[in-house]
Design a protein. Structure first.
Length: 136
């Protein structure tokens, strides 16, 4: 079974129901819920999603976070991950941490809309829509 690392922006597409991006995420979530795909994310992503749910004053924030937590695994970010991110040469430090967390979790793909910040990635970095097209 393939493992995908879900970045902040795609989980925000889902939880904030961003009109241009929510449908591919719903399709991806369907695959995860049906056991055809495993999804992971980092604690940083989870905190980012919480921040924006608060910022946009979303009702049922706890339920949304609980739902997100129920469909994915939260992987560890430790000092080794941080050290690798610091040495990586990736200019956006948060993305460097996410990338190295995804590598540590043996993710097969990183799903994000922020592809440009993962130029040095050694695993495929795709949008949810691009990833879904690879399955056809």
């Amino acid at each position: 079974m393939k493992t995908v690392f879900l970045d902040s922006d795609v989980l925000l597409d889902l939880t904030l129901k961003r009109p241009d991006f929510v449908l591919p995420m719903l399709n991806l979530i369907d695959l995860i819920q049906n056991g055809k795909l495993k999804a992971v994310t980092s604690p940083i992503v989870f905190v980012n999603v919480n921040y924006f749910l608060n910022k946009y004053n979303r009702p049922n924030k706890t339920s949304l976070l609980g739902y997100v937590r129920s469909i994915l695994n939260i992987i560890e970010v430790d000092e080794t991950t941080i050290d690798k991110a610091l040495k990586s040469g990736i200019t956006n430090f948060e993305d460097a941490v996410q990338y190295h967390a995804a590598l540590t979790a043996n993710a097969d793909f990183i799903i994000t809309r922020n592809i440009k910040d993962y130029k040095q990635a050694t695993i495929p970095v795709l949008t949810a829509e691009q990833f879904l097209r690879t399955l056809s």
